[in-house]
Write a protein that binds this ligand. Structure first.
Ligand code: DC
Length: 231
């Protein structure tokens, strides 16, 4: 049976801005799997919290957020024209807004909150019921799908990651500095790795991919090779 028919779960975890979503999307296209961006879910909750003034000076009003979290409905659609996956908050297209530096600066805080994580994990499992899924995030191989058939842990040098994200945001017309991005990447790594709830860890059975010196095409080939080794 070939991979497309096997309907496996492939978990891609790793550091911020190291290209997890790029390779996950490329792979999903290649093997006809569903791509699920778990980080987008935490970003949507962050945007919701920011819009409702629930975050100030790096502190989240958790009581209010808990009270309102059921008003957050997240959905994804593929935009054929733009050829991209797009994220919606209560039916409103928020794909660009959730990638802004403002949201990036607050999202790790939101991702530390237990009830937020529980809700997101339940949603991630629900969306993956049929299998044939590639999901990227921080806790996919450790918490969401500990039995995933293939687990990749991705990383790259901080400077390489900062430059990549800088170029991406500049292309979108955001006025950002490389220093601010580097700081954001380092801060997110720190919070993701040191939080109490589902900290970023390499699962024992994950394979490490450091893509500092790889092109997107090379890293895709690398993952396809790993996939073909699955018995
Ligand atoms: O992958 P990303 O940069 O879009 O993720 C945004 C933030 O969400 C990141 O700082 C960590 C958090 N996150 C998480 O805690 N668990 C996940 N499964 C995915 C993302």
């Amino acid at each position: 049976m070939d991979i497309s028919e096997k309907k496996l779960i492939i978990a891609i975890d790793g550091h911020s801005s190291c290209g997890k979503s790029t390779v996950a999307k490329d792979l999903a296209k290649k093997i006809n799997y569903t791509y699920i961006d778990s980080g987008a879910m935490y970003r949507v909750v962050t945007l919701f919290a920011m819009r409702n003034n629930l975050i100030s000076s790096d502190v989240v009003d958790e009581n209010k957020l808990a009270h309102h979290i059921d008003q957050v409905s997240i959905s994804f659609k593929y935009n054929n024209e733009k050829q991209r996956h797009e994220t919606y908050l209560n039916g409103e297209l928020v794909e660009d807004e959730i990638r802004s530096l403002d949201v990036s600066n607050n999202v790790s805080l939101i991702a530390t909150i237990k009830f937020v994580r529980e809700k997101m994990v339940a949603f991630q499992r629900e969306l993956s019921k049929a299998g044939g899924v590639i999901m990227d995030g921080r806790d996919i191989g450790t918490v969401v799908f500990p039995n995933a058939e293939l687990k990749i842990f991705m990383t790259a040098d901080v400077e390489v990651r900062a430059i990549r994200r800088f170029k991406e945001l500049k292309e979108k017309g955001e006025d950002v500095s490389l220093d601010a991005i580097r700081e954001n990447v380092q801060k997110r790594d720190y919070i993701d790795e040191n939080r109490d709830e589902s900290p970023l860890r390499k699962a024992d059975d994950a394979i490490v991919l450091n893509n500092s010196n790889l092109t997107p095409a090379e890293q895709l080939d690398w993952i396809v090779e790993r996939m073909n080794e699955i018995k």
